[in-house]
Design a protein around this ligand. Structure first.
Ligand SMILES: Cc1cc2nc3c(=O)[nH]c(=O)nc-3n(C[C@H](O)[C@H](O)[C@H](O)COP(=O)(O)O)c2cc1C
Length: 184
């Protein structure tokens, strides 16, 4: 099984990274895992031109092509995003917008699509106490899955997370989730 863990924030050393590192370390021995942070990739803004509807490719040549290739290779996806101003971070939104060529909103029947059979888990985190912001972020991830032909399997969220030191108390739960989510 190939598992792709995606840190949907610009920061590869924070709480989101700590969550995904914990899950990666708890993955079953036989699984192949990769952890990527969107902040480490060049991802330009979608121009809204819809040229991809005609050409089946984005006019912008940057980190999206290799990232989409990684998505294509994975069986299981874990998308984790912190709340920035009660929403996903800008780089996460850019990533989502740039998936348009692969989305079922692309009317071209020959357009590129991710292979069927992938499943995705969502994780949201925030510093504040009320779950509503996290629920919104999980809905965004579920919405992305719906248009990308990926089965949204489960969401998990954490409130009162300022930085990576706040993840310590949740590591046992994250290891449990890794065992359940990454089972064959
Ligand atoms: C630009 C910015 C905006 C943020 N906005 C919110 C917010 O609206 N609500 C909230 O609860 N936390 C907010 N936070 C706090 C982050 O969600 C929290 O620190 C999270 O743990 C960051 O994850 P990271 O360490 O992986 O970057 C914000 C943080 C940043 C940097």
């Amino acid at each position: 099984m190939r598992i792709l863990l995606m840190n949907m924030s610009p920061k590869n050393y924070g709480a989101t990274q700590e969550i995904l590192k914990t899950m990666q370390e708890a993955a079953p021995k036989g699984a192949s895992t990769e952890l990527v942070c969107l902040g480490d990739w060049e991802i330009g803004y979608c121009k809204g031109c819809k040229a991809c509807y005609q050409t089946r490719a984005c006019v912008i040549k940057d980190g999206m092509e290799p990232l989409l290739h990684k998505l294509g290779q994975a069986d299981v996806l874990v998308l984790a995003a912190p709340s920035y101003w009660a929403d996903v971070p800008g780089v996460c939104k850019s990533f989502i917008d740039r998936c348009t060529a692969y989305s079922d909103t692309n009317p071209d029947p020959e357009a590129p699509r991710l292979a069927a059979g992938k499943r995705c888990y969502g994780i949201a985190l925030r510093t504040g106490t009320r779950p509503v912001e996290c629920e919104h972020i999980l809905q965004t991830i579920e919405h992305w899955c719906g248009h990308m032909g990926v089965a949204y399997a489960e969401g998990l969220y954490f409130c009162q997370i300022e930085d990576k030191k706040d993840i310590g108390p949740h590591k046992a739960l994250l290891r449990e989730k890794a065992a359940a989510w990454f089972a064959e």
